[in-house]
Design a protein around this ligand. Structure first.
Ligand code: LMR
Length: 328
């Protein structure tokens, strides 16, 4: 009897020990390739987080929609099937946080400095707060870059878009943007874009060059226009219950790792996009066109009204606050 209780106590202690030593696993799912700014920053976060916590945290990265596509990954995060994501800011509408679509408004950011004034200031903080009632905590804004447009015909003027089926992310602002150009927008998950372009399900799309190149979209798009008409960036988010339940010292270490990964991400984003545009040019399958000053003015004339049209969805005050911050 005595021996039995000693053995029982030993086995409880052993299993408790095993439990205490099992690492905390963070499943980080994303939809882009590893050699994009987001993909590389996710890897950097993994390295920093695992080192800073002496292996008490293990970060498992699932790139390229390996686990989930766009909409599914947000649902998986809320359910706790994954702990961390970095969806593009254009993908928060279906979650009920439409204000993030402000980042999709044409020409809202004249520069990266203007963008950082927003993401790193009170507006950025306020936007992240809106995620909390959805069971999500926002940790950082990650950068990608300004978008180019592509199709199998030259896109020099708004009239060139007439009737084209253009793939967009699930943002109503992007829908309005494409309609303002006379195109027919179609929402598709990122993982489906290459094939949709290849088979003619859609005629064209928009993205920063790094996404276009790493998904080989340039192989099935003959023309790319450097238009800088809009921005693409990310929010790194975690399941709130998971995050709040972490031991405080672990959370502090992860916060620090995230800050460092974010600095790294911002430093490489522009360079990666410049390199990707160069690589698309070199691949020789796509003609790259930069808008003339007159054409830029025509695009602005066609697209700027979208800012006003979307006031009802995004909020007039938020749009003017962003414009004010961006003009500083
Ligand atoms: C897209 O779906 O077009 C991109 O935003 C994907 C991404 O996460 O960069």
């Amino acid at each position: 009897m005595k021996l039995k209780s000693v053995l029982l106590a030993m086995s409880v202690a052993l299993s408790f020990n095993a439990y205490a030593q099992a690492p905390i696993v963070i499943k980080f799912s994303h939809v882009v390739a590893t050699d994009t700014p987001k993909g590389q920053a996710a890897e950097r976060f993994k390295q920093l987080a695992e080192k800073a916590t002496n292996g008490r945290v293990k970060v498992e990265i699932y790139p390229n929609s390996q686990l989930y596509k766009d909409k599914e990954e947000l649902e998986a995060l809320q359910l706790g099937a994954v702990q961390m994501l970095a969806p593009s800011l254009a993908k928060f509408g279906p979650l009920g946080v439409k204000e993030f679509e402000a980042f999709d408004l044409p020409y809202i950011f004249p520069s990266k400095t203007a963008l950082y004034n927003v993401t790193e200031g009170e507006i950025g903080k306020g936007l992240m707060k809106k995620l909390e009632p959805k069971g999500i905590t926002g940790l950082a804004f990650w950068d990608n870059g300004f978008k180019v447009m592509s199709a199998n015909k030259p896109l020099h003027t708004p009239a060139d878009f007439k009737g084209l089926k253009m793939r967009i992310q699930s943002s109503k602002v992007l829908d309005a943007q494409m309609r303002a150009l006379g195109a027919n927008p179609q929402v598709l998950a990122f993982s489906e874009v290459y094939q949709a372009l290849q088979t003619g399900v859609v005629d064209g799309t928009e993205n920063p060059p790094s996404n276009m190149y790493t998904q080989k979209m340039h192989e099935v798009q003959k023309y790319v226009t450097v238009s800088n008409h809009g921005y693409l960036g990310y929010a790194v988010i975690v399941n709130k219950k998971f995050w709040d339940g972490l031991p405080a010292d672990i959370r502090t270490a992860l916060d620090k790792a995230m800050k460092e990964a974010t600095t790294f991400e911002k430093a490489i984003a522009q360079r990666d996009n410049d390199m990707a545009l160069e690589a698309i040019k070199k691949a020789g399958k796509t003609t790259i066109y930069t808008l003339s000053v007159k054409e830029q003015a025509d695009w602005r004339k066609a697209l700027l009204p979208v800012q006003k049209d979307m006031e009802g969805r995004i909020g007039k005050d938020l749009i003017s606050a962003i414009n004010k911050e961006a003009a500083k």
